[in-house]
Design a protein around this ligand. Structure first.
Ligand code: FAD
Length: 418
């Protein structure tokens, strides 16, 4: 048994995105005095998915009742709004429209109404005339308006989690890439690229696009591979064409929501993201190719099964990625007035999508425990919205595992309840 002093920290979190930082924040809140360290390979927080997304606080309407996504998004959206208000972070609850442009989409739109109401969300059905009252530039056969959707600055939220963790005595190290994990009977030791060794009772893996690799470094089989899907955006040069948030009816075969129109918290309107396979986990453009990562993606049987099953959809997405004209024509279904000249390329994001061996795209959040370890293996959208409840759940599991090493939370030691 190691002495308490021989551990560098109690809980070590890999990943300074919104999920890792929310986990560290939850630990400092629920078990004050716990020694928590976050290792992030970049030189600041939120440099990957958290800093490259649509900035939408999702209502939870899309997700099946009982799923973690539904539970955490509905609760997380409300908590996030309160968190932003309490910490003076830019946000707005604007509501959004989901618009059907083809008659084949109407049954799916209707099913969303039922689902939204089952989640207790304020959902209003709209006809074509009412759509134009909300969004004069948008055309559709029918739509629904969900009142609790909003926008915020997720980078600012993650940065605030980080500063709260530091204030509570936690340690956050940037520029610290974990390259080796050694699990022992007493806990876990990790080594960073610059040679630092950190010993912890429990390791929490929130490595996003690299979460499956970190799981394998720890000796665990994640059962799925992260297949990176880039989401490209354009910025609307005539932002006055869109007042708020406008989404198509999503294709239920995919966990992606389809190209939408998003007026962000800074007033700019983004159009996107699409979903194209990325030849690198951090491949933000077609020229970002990482041969080893590409080879690993291609070696995963699930990648080929997705390609076989969804080649038609995938080919359309690639065509719209390579041809601005094709992209514009797709957007014109929702916003007829838009032209190619109105769209200016804007930075892309890359989604970490876990894919099973049989080609199933893992839909729900996936959190797995292993000895001395908690892995977050799938945290796609709406994980930024749901970051507070996800962080609490991961923290709860990590603290349970820490207790198994003979540790008691400092507040318990000093007679306070945790
Ligand atoms: C295009 C796009 C649009 C989206 N839109 C929305 C939206 O509107 N609303 C919403 O709620 N969600 C949205 N999402 C999803 C949301 O952004 C993610 O679910 C969320 O940011 C995931 O956070 P994370 O902390 O798990 O991952 P990340 O933010 O990717 O963080 C993981 C971190 O781990 C670090 N890391 C990896 N490996 C190591 C290592 N070995 N050592 C040290 N550090 C390491 C990385 O550098 C990274 O900073 C979107 C995502 C994308 C890509």
């Amino acid at each position: 048994m190691m002495t308490h002093a021989a551990y560098d920290c109690d809980v070590l979190v890999i990943g300074g995105g919104i999920v890792g930082l929310s986990t560290a924040y939850a630990i400092t809140r629920t078990a004050p005095g716990t020694r928590v360290t976050v290792l992030e390979k970049e030189w600041g927080p939120a440099r990957h998915q958290t800093g490259h997304n649509s900035g939408v606080i999702h209502s939870g309407i899309y997700y099946p009742p009982g799923s973690l996504k539904a539970r955490y998004a509905v609760r997380g959206a409300a908590e996030l709004v309160d968190f932003c208000a309490a910490h003076d972070i830019a946000h707005a609850v604007t509501g959004k429209l989901i618009v059907a442009t083809g008659s084949d989409e109407l049954p799916r739109l209707h099913a969303l109404v039922q689902r939204g109401r089952a989640h207790g969300l304020p959902v209003r059905e709209l006809g074509p005339a009412q759509i134009t009252e909300y969004e004069p530039g948008v055309r559709g056969l029918a739509a629904i308006r969900v009142g609790t959707t909003g926008v915020c600055d997720f980078t600012a939220v993650a940065a605030r989690f980080a500063s709260e963790v530091s204030t509570a005595g936690g340690r956050i190290r940037y520029g610290a890439e974990v390259v080796a994990v050694d699990r022992r009977p007493w806990g876990v030791a990790v080594r960073t690229a610059d040679g630092e060794v950190v010993r912890a009772r429990v390791l929490v893996n929130c490595a996003g696009l690299h979460s499956d690799r970190v799981a394998r470094l720890a000796g665990d089989d994640p059962g799925a591979r992260i297949v990176p899907f880039r989401g490209e955006y354009y910025e609307l040069t005539r932002p006055e064409l869109v007042r708020g948030l406008v989404y198509p009816v999503p294709d239920p075969a995919f966990p992606f929501l389809g190209v939408h129109l998003t007026r962000g918290i800074d007033g700019t309107v983004h159009v996107g993201p699409n979903a194209v396979p990325a030849p690198a986990r951090e491949g933000y453009t077609w020229t970002d190719v990482h041969p080893r990562e590409l080879a690993a993606t291609l070696a995963w049987p699930g990648s080929w099964r997705i390609a076989r099953r969804h080649w038609r959809y995938g080919a359309g997405e690639v065509r719209r990625s390579l041809s601005k004209g094709a992209f514009t024509r797709a957007v014109q279904r929702l916003l007829p007035e838009v032209t190619e000249a109105d769209l200016r390329p804007s930075p892309a994001g890359v989604r970490a999508q876990a894919v099973l061996r049989d080609g199933t795209l893992v839909d729900d959040f996936l959190i797995r425990d292993a000895p001395h370890t908690v892995h977050v293996l799938n945290a796609p959208s709406p994980a930024a919205t749901a970051s507070l409840p996800i962080g609490r759940e991961v923290a709860r599991r990590a603290l349970l595992r820490a207790r198994a090493t003979g540790w008691t939370p400092p507040a318990v030691q000093s007679g306070h309840c945790v």
